[in-house]
Design a protein around this ligand. Structure first.
Ligand code: C2E
Ligand code: CA
Ligand code: CA
Ligand code: CA
Length: 277
């Protein structure tokens, strides 16, 4: 937690310098980004190793500032959380991802799920279930095509409340994935107690192809499968990584080796007839 705090602090101050050089404030610009239509989503395919097809896309947020250009979500999400802006930004993301997915389905693309990152602050917000209901109703997307990605830190706060919300989400017909698996602070307790469908192995385990990481990947897959959970490996960049994961029975992969995240128009075209190899 300390290390992460330090990193956020560094990022935050790096961003402050970037903005102050332009006589702008980071906070103020972020507060207006939604009204000014500066956000967009990019989509990265999730590939089924055994079915050899796209089974989903992850929606990733992009902020294009008119003067500073693209700013990474890793740099502004922490501030958006701190300022409470993540609630409105997060609702925009959910709505846009569902709307886009429905549009693809209506255009005749084979249906796939859309995975949306949900911050813990959104999940804990009292109106979250209502927001989901409203978004699904408005976009007319079947909830079985929406997956929420949450990070492992969920188990550290308000466990009973989180369990209730996750059960609501499941009852509404959506899916839940644990993001960045293996890097969180919590015990393994929540994957047995929470209604999870999928585990996303963090990319750090994939990138460093050490004996220890290979053992960890094997153990995660074995454990997940024994609990009937699906496993997706993130950050797959090479053929060797894909082959190792496939040999271990990993269900899905995501990463530059399959496809980079793409803007909606490019993603739509590509997904019509997608073949990465
Ligand atoms: P994440 O959810 O773990 O997303 C995966 C990140 O890895 C993305 O970075 C993606 O572009 C990048 N990536 C994908 N394939 C590869 C690969 O093969 N190699 C490498 N090195 N990287 C790869 P991105 O888009 O910069 O997002 C960073 C983080 O920001 C995300 O990490 C997520 O935690 C957060 N984020 C993004 N969009 C949203 C959002 O709408 N809401 C919230 N709350 N957080 C978001
Ligand atoms: Ca994610
Ligand atoms: Ca991740
Ligand atoms: Ca991450």
């Amino acid at each position: 937690v300390k290390e992460e705090g330090k990193n956020n602090y560094k990022i935050y101050h790096g961003m402050l310098n970037k903005f102050s050089g332009q006589q702008l404030t980071f906070e103020n610009e972020l507060r207006h980004a939604l009204d000014r239509n500066e956000f967009s989503l990019v989509y990265q395919p999730q590939w089924s190793v055994h079915e050899n097809e796209v089974v989903g896309v992850e929606a990733l947020l992009r902020w294009k500032h008119p003067k500073l250009g693209y700013i990474s979500p890793a740099d502004f999400i922490p501030l958006a959380e701190k300022l409470g802006l993540i609630i409105s930004i997060g609702e925009w993301v959910l709505h846009e991802a569902c709307r886009q997915n429905k549009e693809w389905q209506d255009a005749g693309l084979p249906p796939f799920r859309c995975s949306v990152n949900v911050s813990i602050a959104q999940l804990l917000h009292t109106q979250f279930t209502q927001t989901l209901t409203r978004v699904l109703k408005k976009t007319k997307l079947d909830p079985c095509y929406l997956e929420l990605e949450i990070t492992e830190s969920i188990a550290i706060v308000k466990e009973d409340y989180i369990l209730k919300i996750l059960n609501n989400i499941k009852q509404m017909g959506m899916y839940i994935a644990i993001d960045d698996f293996g890097t969180g602070y919590s015990s393994l307790k929540y994957i047995t107690q929470f209604p999870i469908n999928r585990i996303k192995i963090d990319q750090s385990f994939i990138h460093d192809h050490t004996t220890v990481n290979q053992a960890i990947i094997k153990a995660i897959i074995t454990m997940a499968h024994s609990m009937n959970l699906n496993v997706l490996a993130e950050g797959v960049e090479t053929k060797e990584q894909l082959e190792f994961l496939a040999s271990q029975g990993c269900n899905e992969i995501q990463g530059y080796y399959i496809c980079h995240p793409l803007p909606h128009d490019q993603a739509g075209k590509l997904l019509q007839n997608f073949s990465p190899f």
